[in-house]
Ligand binder design. Structure first.
Ligand code: PRP
Ligand code: URA
Length: 209
């Protein structure tokens, strides 16, 4: 069964508090989502293997460690996942970026796919799926299913806030995928929104409401 990693670093928790606040405007919201994603990347990459080599410092040869030839793919779920991409790329600048477009039907709460463009070598990459809200879990589960159908083997899911219902659903569908989240909230309301959550992540990022 995949592990749920609750990232409770004080910087992440502090910034998430401001992100949640109804009085935080789109500019600050965007900046903070980027910063939290960057901080989360630190933990998400913790198991990356290192290999030793020698570099010449101005003083002497030094035995150093570097990440060994990892091919990483970052896959935001449109729209709201886009807000996390730049933060991850700051720490993993060589990652390729794929996009999966999904929206949640407001009546049925079922994910509807409208776009998919991925790096051609998906099976060889470690994939980091980005979606700030894991609510019913339907969107993230569908995104990971698309990736697996295209041959992906090594996938991690990174979100800002997860509902217990979403975690349970996602783990049932994808027991091999670890979840990294900055918070596990209380429950979902009748409209499938996370309580207390942060509202509609896409609308708050892009100012569409
Ligand atoms: C939001 C969010 C997730 C999804 C989570 O997307 O960004 O993708 O809902 O809900 P779920 O876990 O119940 O599937 P939304 O459908 O609002 O689209 P948007 O990102 O384009 O605003
Ligand atoms: N999507 C959001 O943007 N927010 C929620 O609380 C649930 C789904």
């Amino acid at each position: 069964m995949g592990t749920v990693h609750l990232l409770d670093h004080p910087l992440i928790q502090h910034k998430l508090s401001i992100i949640r606040d109804i009085n935080t405007g789109a500019k600050e919201f965007r900046e903070l989502v980027e910063e939290v994603a960057m901080l989360m990347a630190y933990e998400v990459t913790r198991d990356f293997p290192l290999e030793e080599s020698i570099v010449e410092t101005p003083v002497a040869p030094a035995r150093v460690k570097a990440i060994s030839g990892k091919k990483v793919g970052v896959v935001p779920v449109l729209r709201a996942g886009l807000g996390m991409v730049s933060g991850i790329l700051k720490l993993i600048p060589t990652a390729k970026v794929g996009h999966i477009g999904l929206y949640r039907d407001p009546e049925t709460l079922q994910p509807v796919e409208y776009y998919c463009k991925l790096p051609t070598d998906v099976p060889e990459r470690d994939l980091i799926v980005l979606d700030p809200m894991l609510a019913t879990g339907g969107s993230a589960a569908a995104a990971v299913r698309f990736l697996k159908e295209r041959g992906a083997k090594n996938i991690k899911l990174v979100c800002l806030i997860a509902a217990p219902e979403g975690i349970e659903r996602f783990r049932k569908d994808h027991h091999d995928v670890d979840i990294f989240t900055a918070a596990i909230d209380d429950h979902l309301n009748d409209h499938g929104y996370i309580v207390p959550g942060l509202g509609d992540a896409g609308d708050r990022l892009f100012g569409t409401k």
